[in-house]
Design a protein around this ligand. Structure first.
Ligand SMILES: C[S@@+](CC[C@H](N)C(=O)[O-])C[C@H]1O[C@@H](n2cnc3c(N)ncnc32)[C@H](O)[C@@H]1O
Length: 652
């Protein structure tokens, strides 16, 4: 900024009483740029009342300083230092006045609340509470603040505020007419948000004792009863939850820990792993785990916000936000600290192994409880343990650096990685679940895959996670293949897509004799890929699976349905599915290790081929029921859920 002399008309905010000298120093101050960058025109201040100007300042300061802001006092501006504990903070160049204690902070806070500026509303109520106010005003400020905290998902703060209100009401302080029922419901919702479900249930019941028609309490009670049932029995209506998830980003579902436990385990980084506590059938639910915190910021426009995690993830921007939010959640609710700290951190040893204990049993937060948070530890925990959020979108953007968001889950993070996992992961909004993909024996380790086998960044991601190499059974087994075999496999794999594109192009122009030669050639390509795997090694062969899937689609387009079905089944087999054909039925013993949700659809299309193209309804039914079995293994679907999920595909 130049130091040219300024006039009143250039800068409308001079009307606020800021003299030219202060203004000039403001203009030279680096923050002035940020004020402009805050996208709030300073002209907005012209002709505004003091309160309205306060809102503009507050918005600017919120952008600059996170949660701090300026209150502009009526009656001009004078230099004062903020009192300790006061939220009033100076932006250099501006000066701040204090508002008198009689100022109606509640009304101002409510205005911010109504226009959705919740953080500012909280700060206004805070400011009011820092004054010497009457007990009734104090009650009202905390009552209103609890609502803003609840909307912000600051559950512990909501809990403190609404507990305070109820205590004051008990002591005879006068509050608004419906304060008791509202505070009880907010207390219940706070407890529910903190996953103290048993206590939340008690409070919803209390609210209904006060007002049996309070719809929020009726709904809350039913919701918490459902979540307790889900947690105890592992029985969920997934289809219903999936439909809710179509419009929501957060899901209300109970956490569930199935027949698994945490044990010490050699060769697994942090030294722990999860094993089966009994024999488990394929398709059984093992874990349902709602994120403790989510980083859904995708703003790739500001690269300076990249968290220095060593580049082992594609979704670093949201990791930054994840760590920030984690610190916030832990400050709010310090009893979560041991749970989070128990997650393995490469920097520091795990403090304890509480993650598999029930969150319902942990202590309630105490007001003004302070908490020591090591940022290095939190960063490290986030980097090592977070998952890509909305991984569906990660799949779609595979190979790109789009940030799909990150989420941190207390239990899911303790499952170690296997390149051929025996458990498969699904997600609905911020809830992740693991299901047995194959039968698992008692005592056997339960593993997930941290990364898709054909992900372009797979070697890089695995190397970042496991500097000493992946110790899963498949990787140890893969060493049976020679370096030449693996090199040849990669070379052939790189040729797969160009070959497929060429054939598809020819097929799109019609089924001519010229297209048969490349199709036969592609069959040789698939056979050559198969030769790169040692005969006795695992049937899990992802590169071959990919080629088989393409080949099946080519053959279907070339109207060779039997051959297409053969290669579809090969595709499933090479992804780890076990589908056995018997004279009278098809047995489905294992789901694929990857792309599980595609498997039922592939089996439905085989059924359609038999029933519609060949007119063999009996055979068609056999494959259709195989598709239903596969859907049970992959999604836990019963018959109705299977039909509902695949309705569109079934009709076709
Ligand atoms: C999300 S944690 C899993 C739980 C961890 N074992 C613990 O005790 O906290 C991920 C870390 O576990 C270790 N780990 C998981 N799977 C592994 C594997 N297949 N081979 C080697 N180390 C593994 C690595 O140190 C990795 O960074």
């Amino acid at each position: 900024m130049s130091s040219r002399s300024t006039t009143r008309s250039d800068y409308p905010f001079m009307g606020l009483g800021i003299d030219t000298r202060t203004l000039q120093s403001t203009l030279r101050h680096p923050n002035f740029k940020s004020v402009c960058a805050a996208n709030l025109s300073l002209e907005d201040l012209q002709g505004k009342t003091v309160e309205e100007r306060a809102i503009v300042y507050a918005k600017i300061a919120l952008k600059l300083h996170g949660t701090n802001f300026i209150l502009v006092a009526p009656g001009g501006v004078k230099n004062t230092n903020p009192r300790p504990g006061s939220i009033v903070e100076q932006i250099p160049g501006f000066t701040v006045d204090e508002l008198p204690d009689q100022f109606d902070f509640c009304a101002l806070g409510n205005r911010y609340f109504q226009q959705g500026d919740l953080e500012i509303a909280v700060k206004i109520y805070d400011e009011g509470l820092s004054r010497d106010v009457a007990p009734e005003v104090r009650l009202l400020l905390r009552h209103n603040r609890s609502q803003a905290h609840l909307r912000l998902a600051n559950f512990a703060s909501t809990y403190h505020d609404s507990s305070f209100v109820l205590k004051q009401l008990d002591e005879g302080v006068v509050g608004p007419s419906n304060a008791r029922v509202k505070a009880t419901i907010r207390l219940a919702r706070a407890l529910e948000g903190m996953r103290h479900l048993t206590l939340a249930l008690e409070q919803y019941k209390k609210a209904l004792d006060i007002n049996a028609a309070a719809s929020e309490a009726v709904e809350g009670l039913e919701r918490v009863q459902r979540k307790i049932r889900e947690s105890e029995e592992g029985s969920y209506d997934w289809r219903k939850l999936e439909k809710i998830a179509e419009t929501e980003t957060r899901l209300d579902a109970g956490d569930f820990i199935g027949p698994i436990k945490l044990v010490n385990m050699e060769g697994r980084g942090g030294g722990r792993g999860v094993v089966a506590t009994r024999d488990i059938e394929a398709g059984e639910l093992l874990l349902v785990d709602k994120a403790i915190v989510v980083g859904d910021q995708h703003d790739a426009s500001d690269p300076s916000r990249v968290f220095p995690f060593g580049g082992n993830r594609a979704w670093q921007l949201s990791l930054y936000q994840l760590a920030q939010r984690l610190a916030h959640v832990l400050k709010e609710d310090p009893s979560l600290v041991p749970f989070v700290h128990s997650l393995h951190s490469k920097v520091l040893p795990a403090s304890c192994d509480v993650a598999f204990e029930s969150l319902d049993q942990r202590p309630l937060p105490q007001e003004d409880e302070s908490v020591q948070l090591g940022t290095i530890r939190l960063e490290s925990i986030c980097a090592t343990n977070s998952f890509g959020w909305r991984e569906g979108s990660l799949e779609r953007s595979k190979g790109s650096t789009l940030d799909p968001g990150s989420s941190l889950h207390l239990r899911m993070s303790l499952l170690n990685h296997s390149c051929v996992p025996n458990a498969a992961r699904e997600e609905i909004c911020d809830v992740k679940m693991a299901r047995a993909r194959v039968p698992i024996k008692e005592g056997e380790e339960v593993c997930l895959s941290y990364v898709d086998p054909l992900h372009s960044r797979r070697p890089y991601i695995l190397a970042a996670h496991f500097p000493d190499g992946c110790k899963c059974a498949y990787c140890l087994d893969e060493k049976h293949d020679t370096a030449e075999q693996i090199a040849k496999r990669n070379e052939l794999h790189d040729q797969t897509l160009p070959k497929v594109s060429q054939i598809s192009q020819q097929l799109s122009e019609g089924l001519s004799p010229e297209v048969f030669a490349p199709i036969l050639e592609f069959q040789d390509h698939v056979a050559a890929l198969e030769l790169t795997y040692s005969a006795g090694s695992s049937t899990f062969r992802p590169h071959l699976a990919g080629a088989c899937l393409f080949f099946a689609s080519i053959l279907r387009n070339a109207l060779s349905f039997d051959a297409a079905d053969h290669y579809t089944l090969e595709y499933l087999r090479f992804l780890g599915a076990i589908v056995e054909e018997h004279a009278d039925r098809i047995e489905v013993r294992a789901a694929p290790a990857f792309e599980g949700s595609v498997a039922p659809l592939e089996l439905i299309s085989i059924a359609g081929h038999h029933a519609r193209v060949k007119g063999d309804v009996v055979e068609g039914r056999k494959w259709f029921s195989a598709a239903a079995k596969m859907s049970r293994l992959v999604h836990g679907d019963d018959w109705d859920a299977f039909i509902d999920r695949h309705a569109e595909h079934v009709q076709r």
